[in-house]
Design a protein. Structure first.
Length: 245
């Protein structure tokens, strides 16, 4: 986990305003709609199952989840969204993957390009940075006095976890994409509630940056995440310890 950015990003999101949390629900709703478009049955649609797990980890109300799935099934009116992924380089040569769900690709392309230009970054061609990432399941749990870490690790390993990373305040469970649902369900059945869960692009190499570059990088992340068309922002920045975010 480059620069412990995953947990740091989660902490930042927990402290955001109600408006920012509503934006997260809007994005998750789009993701659910796209995942359920061809098959709204969660039992036979692994992508939808992944999206529901992610929405639940973000504390998205069940009514919102069900409404998004009904829109995809045509039971309710809803826009038609498509997946578009952008790749590029941020400040200091940091690698970025930006996944979007949009009903207007020209608008979204302009937004993404403007954000990169604003901080001196640039968009790249398809495949220009994906080799620096691996698609993995990630389940993040906050460390509390109630959690027996050894018991949690054993449960995750037995369910098929690939790796477990302990930090002072969080524990990250890594899986192969095809094992994600099995591990997530085993943890849920045991009573563990993740603070973040999903199949993500995890960097396999990180780029260290100084404090000034870290601030520019965070500005780029914030600009991208504030746009409703942008679903996920992945990067390989290794932030300096003194960076507050």
């Amino acid at each position: 986990m480059a620069g412990h950015s995953k947990w740091k990003n989660i902490q930042n999101k927990k402290n955001k305003t109600d408006a920012a949390r509503a934006r997260v629900f809007t994005k998750l709703g789009k993701e659910l709609m796209v995942a359920a478009k061809d098959n709204p049955n969660i039992e036979t649609n692994s992508r939808l199952k992944d999206a529901v797990a992610k929405a639940k980890a973000a504390n998205m109300p069940t009514d919102n989840i069900n409404r998004a799935i009904k829109k995809a099934a045509g039971e309710l009116d809803g826009a038609n969204y498509e997946d578009i992924t952008y790749e590029g380089y941020g400040p200091g040569g940091t690698a970025f993957i930006v996944e979007t769900l949009t009903d207007n690709k020209n608008r979204t392309a302009a937004t993404v390009r403007h954000a990169f230009d604003k901080v001196g970054g640039n968009l790249g061609t398809t495949g220009s940075v994906t080799f620096m990432f691996n698609r993995k399941g990630q389940i993040i749990l906050e460390v509390t006095d109630e959690i027996d870490l050894d018991e949690l690790e054993m449960l995750a390993i037995e369910a098929g976890a690939e790796d477990i990373i302990r930090e002072e305040e969080a524990i990250e469970i890594i899986t192969e994409p095809e094992d994600f649902n099995r591990v997530a369900e085993a943890l849920e059945e045991a009573g563990y509630k993740p603070v973040d869960s999903g199949i993500n692009m995890v960097p396999n190499v990180s780029t260290e940056v100084d404090l000034e570059t870290a601030e520019k990088t965070q500005k780029l992340i914030d600009m991208l995440e504030e746009d409703d068309d942008i679903k996920d922002v992945y990067h390989n920045t290794d932030f300096p310890d003194e960076f507050e975010g």
